[in-house]
Design a protein around this ligand. Structure first.
Ligand code: AVJ
Length: 330
């Protein structure tokens, strides 16, 4: 779906929403197609229904899941430098905005006047955007409900003076793409911000296997519930008959590929029906549900360059767990 050619001008305190979400049939198609593959596979964007969003928020609070608190600390600790890098009067476009917690820090520092959050989860997008707009009365918020893993042409907005566009992609969500997909995505971001536009992107760094294994398989089992909720969602929305207790969460860092993989492993030989179609599982067979690629600073800078960005800044924490890159679209 293409954005409307001339969207209404934004106005402060009023949150506008545009939905470019494909039909619900997309989930059906993707699941049926993914389960028919030799290595069964479901894309991670489908984690984020309402319960999934809540479970992800709980993950962010876990002691093992260092990513969120570390990135937030980097943002806070370097906010003056980051604000100087982005510069004044920037339109802030956020990919996968979620609860917009880190965004508040940025908007406060930048005194942003136009914020365009993009998220696949409509409920979270609406609630968070309204809250943000009431917190910053000068702010114009234009929420875009969309799947940004597919080509997306963003509308442009008249009436708010803008010097440059700045894309914000925190959380190391870029790690859900393979490097080849990330390259394609970054090129799309490049088109969206245009020459001279900025990119602020949070990227989890490569590190020891024990830390990464624990971050994706926490002691309380919250990540397991997050992963298994995918099957419950498919039951709810596609009248499938997954028995979630017959699957287990499996997550591990593969140092040779520099990525964490999450799977749902079948504990038994079993048959599952989705939308009237039959799928057989062998004991130990998995559905691959997520990759979380980790990059060294140099590796990610190289990827940015290949997408047409010049890497200008990198901010990290003292333990070098996480990085935020500041890049400019050439
Ligand atoms: C939201 C994609 C950044 O990959 O670390 C958390 C999702 N998966 N625990 C990540 C996730 C398992 C998260 N991202």
């Amino acid at each position: 779906m293409k954005p409307e050619p001339s969207p209404l001008p934004p106005s402060p305190g009023v949150v506008r929403f545009y939905s470019f979400l494909p039909s619900a049939d997309r989930l059906r198609e993707d699941v049926l197609e993914g389960l028919a593959l030799p290595q069964k596979n479901i894309p991670p964007k489908y984690f984020y229904d309402e319960p999934g969003c809540r479970l992800f928020e709980a993950i962010c609070e876990l002691p093992e899941y260092y990513l969120t608190r570390t990135e937030t600390a980097i943002l806070r600790g370097h906010i003056a430098d980051i604000a100087q890098f982005v510069g004044p009067d920037a339109e802030l476009i956020e990919y996968g905005s979620g609860v917009q917690a880190k965004t508040r820090i940025l908007i406060q520092a930048l005194q942003t006047r136009l914020y365009v959050p993009i998220d696949i989860a409509l409920g979270t997008l609406e609630a968070s955007s309204k809250e943000l707009a009431s917190r910053f009365p000068w702010l114009n918020v234009v929420g875009i409900c969309a799947d940004y893993t597919r080509p997306l042409a963003l509308p442009s907005f008249a009436g708010v003076p803008i010097r440059r566009k700045a894309a914000f992609f925190p959380g190391s969500t870029v790690g859900n793409f393979t490097p080849a997909e990330a390259l394609r995505f970054l090129r799309q971001v490049h088109r969206s911000v245009g020459a001279g536009g900025a990119l602020l992107i949070g990227v989890d760094l490569k590190k020891d296997k024990a830390t990464l294994d624990a971050a994706y398989a926490d002691a309380k089992g919250v990540t397991a519930r997050f992963n298994l909720n995918l099957l419950a969602r498919i039951n709810r929305e596609l009248s499938a008959d997954f028995q979630t207790s017959r699957f287990r969460h499996k997550a591990f860092y593969d140092p040779s590929q520099g990525r964490v993989e999450m799977h749902l492993e079948s504990l038994y030989s079993q048959i599952v029906h989705v939308d009237g179609q039959r799928f057989d599982f062998r004991p130990g067979e998995t559905i691959h549900t997520e990759i979380s690629c980790k990059y060294s600073i140099a590796e990610f800078q190289e990827l940015g360059k290949r997408a047409g960005f010049s890497p200008e800044k990198v901010w990290t924490d003292p333990e070098q767990l996480f990085s935020i890159h500041g890049m400019v679209a050439a």
